[in-house]
Design a binder for this molecule. Structure first.
Ligand SMILES: Nc1ncnc2c1ncn2[C@@H]1O[C@H](COP(=O)(O)OP(=O)(O)OP(=O)(O)O)[C@@H](O)[C@H]1O
Length: 893
């Protein structure tokens, strides 16, 4: 079962899963990987980046330690299987707990531990050197963990010269007899002619300007990475002045054999006829994210701080190392010596894995100036470059015990991670052309900035992955292989030579536009895909530029027109859409409004209904309560007026009144009239009660008088008359009681009517009846009073007469005065005889003073009896409604 391994964070996107594979140990189920070889692709005629794997043998110390070496297994020349180590402590967290997976990687070519330096050179460098001699730019860089054999591969040791010395030998062998006089070419390379004396500057100025102009033209069309070329005065030229320092350095350096036998081939196949070459080399390192020129002698005096170099962009945006020393070399030996000098200045340190571990990325560059002495407008040049980069090895920071080593390891890992991100981004952009491209983070580290040109189509890169077979470094090796797996998916950018064809087509177009016949004559030269930019003279290039300018102008106008028409079209379409939307919105709004109206109408109706129902229920409940209270009231009233003669319970009517008033107030705000009536009723009831109590009092008083009037046997005719009058008075009194009972019943019915709250008219009628009844009673009482007064006077006369008859006259107080005293009137005899007792009359007719001589306190202290208040209240009661009875029912109630 094939399993895809997760890529390192930030290094792989989803599409890149599956670039490398992990499989179970059952090799029968191995999934066949995609073709990762650097062959021609069917589409786009682009080539995959070549990635070579080199596995070094175990060295002595590792053998002594008993390092496990069964992890790395070469399946075939292109496929590697990486088995996890048997000892579990060698595995890191990424592998722990996971089944024993086998990782499968495919490379352009795999070199095993037995591969010699020569074999590896022929495998990797041979073609690269040939391409550089043909004018291409090439980069070869080694990648791997520390102590994996990178430096060994690049430089070699002893008799085993590495790729770089072999490349130098190869270059100079092929350039034998073609090396150009270097002095004439200095201005071509120098942007800062520091090596010239002030007197020579003026003489060289004219020539240099023309050459620089030519060089600039060439660079602009040639599109290649261009470094700032400068020659240090101190370092001299051509290796002549370097000889002394070389001798000193070379004594300390390894004695690499650089004889001509290190290469098995020679010859100058493929080189252009008549072209001469000049070779220049530079060597610098990137240490802790600073650039140092390795060909500059380190300061001997303290502070021994090395001068750093700066990265700059030329006017075409291509990065180059400013003020870097370029040394012209005439032979492989000279170049090798320069390399060794730089190697001596390079930062090395002893780590626990490698006692000569590179702590920096070292970059050696060789530039070839292709000189065409017989160019159409004089001398023309072309520059090609071979850059060999020995990257520092990735390592675990925690393995470093020194703070300086830790810092170096951090910087190394950061820059390598950035390189990985750049490659991943490039890979993403190449495989997802329809999507917007990712920004390639070249600027995130110095290393990627320096190498940017080789990844941006201005050259080609080739990668050598070094691994060691040690099981102890399994995890780091796995990460390095994963990184290289991404690089195998990269394709090279379009080759620069296609630009030549483009320029040719532009020139053809221009000629066709201007003069067709002329073109026909010149048209015999077909576009040369394999040609070089130097084949064009300056006039042709100027014409091409002119055509390009015209084309740019035309396209600009076209674009503006297109933009205007697109804008117009978009505007009109937008207007249509907006109009439609507006219409739709207004329709929707209208329907929404109607819907809302309907909904709220329903809601209001429902609310009205529910409120009506609620209040009806409330009123019914209150009616029932009031009826019950009224019944209670009636019962209590009957009980009071019964034989028991119990005093009336003032609480009951009060409670009834309270119920009535609360009922009325709660029924609705519109029943204010009913509440008024209820108030009136309650007042009437209260006064009625008072009347009752007063009536009872008077009845008792009357009985008392009757008892007093009871005469002995010889009463005669007077007694009979008094008896008759008394009977009449009793009769009137009974009638009065009956009237009062009827009045009570009327009042109760009025109270019920009021409590019904819809029968206001009935209540008014009942009250009017009660009023008339009270008036009648008033009259009856008045008559009774008069009768009683007469009876009293008569009785007094008779009593006096009887007293005179029965007993001799006594000088004492007459009994009438005693009775008056008893009654509390305190009046004199004559006054008492001619007038009724004041309290009696005052109690019955207080509103009408019987005499002007009536005692002032009585009239002032009691301005009106309850009865008079009743009468007064009746007069103030609201008049009956003028509206017909049936209309008033539908009114307030
Ligand atoms: N192919 C090989 N055959 C024999 N010995 C080798 C081979 N490759 C590497 N070695 C030895 O392995 C050791 C480490 O090699 P080297 O210094 O080149 O590693 P490195 O990757 O450059 O390490 P660092 O990144 O720390 O500089 C050296 O002693 C070297 O001689």
């Amino acid at each position: 079962m094939a399993l895809c391994f997760a890529a390192p964070p930030g290094l792989l996107s989803e599409e890149e899963d599956g670039i490398y594979e992990s499989t179970s140990t059952n090799v029968e189920h191995l999934k066949v990987g995609v073709d990762r070889r650097g062959g021609k692709e069917e589409e786009g005629n682009t080539e995959r980046v070549q990635v070579f794997l080199r596995i070094r043998p175990l060295i002595e110390g590792e053998k002594d330690r008993g390092e496990e070496q069964g992890c790395v297994c070469i399946q075939d020349v292109e496929t590697l299987l990486l088995h996890p180590p048997r000892e579990p402590w060698n595995m890191k967290s990424t592998e722990r707990g996971v089944s024993q997976n086998v990782h499968k990687f495919t490379f352009t070519k795999i070199s095993g531990p037995d591969t010699t330096q020569l074999e590896f050179f022929e495998l990797t460098m041979k073609e690269t050197v040939r391409d550089v001699l043909l004018g291409e730019n090439r980069l070869l860089y080694t990648y791997g963990i520390t102590n994996s054999g990178k430096t060994y591969t690049i430089q070699g040791t002893g008799q085993e010269a590495g790729l770089l010395p072999r490349a130098l030998v190869s270059v100079f062998r092929k350039l034998q007899g073609r090396l150009y006089d270097s002095l004439d070419l200095k201005p071509v390379l120098c942007q800062e002619v520091r090596w010239l004396s002030s007197t020579e500057v003026q003489a060289e100025e004219m020539r240099r300007d023309s050459l620089l102009k030519e060089e600039e033209n060439m660079f602009s069309q040639h599109s290649r990475p261009r470094g700032g070329v400068s020659v240090s005065c101190d370092s001299g030229i051509g290796g002549v002045s370097l000889a002394s320092c070389m001798a000193a350095h070379l004594e300390d350096s390894d004695n690499v054999c650089l004889d001509t036998d290190i290469l098995s081939h020679s010859g100058e196949e493929g080189l252009e006829e008549g072209v001469q070459f000049s070779v220049w080399v530079s060597f610098f390192e990137i240490y802790n994210e600073f650039l140092y020129d390795l060909l500059e002698a380190p300061p001997t005096l303290p502070p021994r701080k090395r001068a750093t170099l700066r990265l700059s962009d030329d006017r075409y945006g291509n990065p180059y190392v400013k003020d870097l020393t370029w040394v012209q070399v005439q032979s492989a030996e000279e170049a090798w010596k320069v390399l060794r000098i730089g190697h001596c200045n390079q930062s090395f340190a002893s780590t626990h894995l490698n006692h000569t571990s590179s702590r920096s990325h070292s970059i050696f560059s060789l530039r070839l100036l292709h000189i065409h002495p017989e160019g159409k407008c004089g001398k023309s040049t072309r520059i090609s470059e071979l850059t060999v980069c020995d990257l520092a090895g990735s390592e675990r920071c925690r393995d470093q015990c020194s703070g300086e080593r830790m810092k170096e390891a951090n910087n190394i890992n950061t820059s390598l991670l950035t390189l990985g991100r750049c490659i991943a981004a490039l890979r993403h952009n190449q495989s997802n052309r329809s999507r917007p491209p990712l920004v390639v983070p070249f600027r995130d580290s110095k290393l990627t900035r320096v190498l940017q040109g080789f990844f941006s189509g201005r050259g080609r890169s080739c990668m050598v992955v070094n691994i060691n077979p040690c099981g102890s470094t399994y995890d780091e090796t796995l990460q390095a292989l994963k990184f290289s797996a991404i690089a195998t998916q990269l394709v090279h950018g379009p080759p620069t030579k296609t630009r030549v064809a483009y320029i040719q087509s532009l020139l053809q177009e221009h000629v066709l536009q201007t003069n067709e016949s002329t073109w026909e004559e010149e048209g015999e030269d077909s576009p040369d895909e394999e040609g070089d930019i130097t084949m064009f003279d300056s006039e042709s290039l100027l014409r091409a530029i002119k055509v390009l300018k015209g084309e740019v102008q035309r396209q600009r106008v076209e674009r503006e027109e297109l933009e205007a028409s697109v804008r117009e079209q978009v505007c009109s379409e937008m207007m249509v859409v907006i109009t439609r939307m507006e219409k739709d919105f207004s329709e929707t709004l209208e329907s929404e409004r109607a819907l809302m109206e309907e909904r709220y109408e329903d809601k209001v109706n429902n609310l009205q209904k529910s409120l009506k129902r609620f209040y009806m229920q409330e009123i019914e409940e209150r009616d029932q309560q009031i009826e019950q209270l009224a019944a209670d009231l009636q019962r209590s009233g009957e009980a009071e007026s019964g034989v028991s003669k119990t005093p009336p319970n003032p609480e009951a009517p009060r409670r009834s009144r309270h119920q009535v008033s609360s009922c009325s107030s709660n029924s609705s705000s519109s029943s204010s009239c009913s509440s008024l009536l209820a108030e009136e009723l309650s007042k009437v009831q209260a006064e009625l009660e008072l009347c009752r109590s007063e009536l009872l009092e008077k009845s008792q008083e009357l009985r008392h008088y009757q008892g007093m009037l009871t005469l002995p046997a010889p009463s005669g005719t007077l007694t009979t008359a008094v008896q008759r009058k008394l009977e009449e008075g009793q009769k009137s009194l009974r009638q009065l009681r009956l009237d009062l009972q009827r009045l009570g019943r009327d009042l109760q019915s009025a109270e019920r009517a009021c409590c019904h709250s819809t029968n206001g008219e009935r209540l008014r009628l009942a009250l009017a009846n009660a009023d008339s009844t009270l008036t009648k009673q008033n009259q009856a009482l008045g008559e009774l009073q008069n009768g009683l007064l007469l009876v009293k006077m008569d009785l007094r006369k008779k009593t006096d007469r009887l007293a005179k008859l029965q007993t001799p006259p006594m000088p004492s107080t007459p009994p009438s005065s005693c009775s008056c005293v008893k009654r509390g009137c305190g009046g004199a005899g004559p006054y008492a005889e001619t007038h009724p007792p004041s309290s009696f009359l005052r109690n019955f007719l207080p509103g009408r003073p019987l005499s002007q001589k009536a005692p002032a306190p009585c009239t002032t202290k009691s301005p009106g009896t309850p009865y008079s208040r009743v009468l007064h209240t009746r007069q103030r009661s609201p008049p009956p409604s003028p509206t017909p009875h049936h209309k008033s029912r539908g009114g307030v109630f």
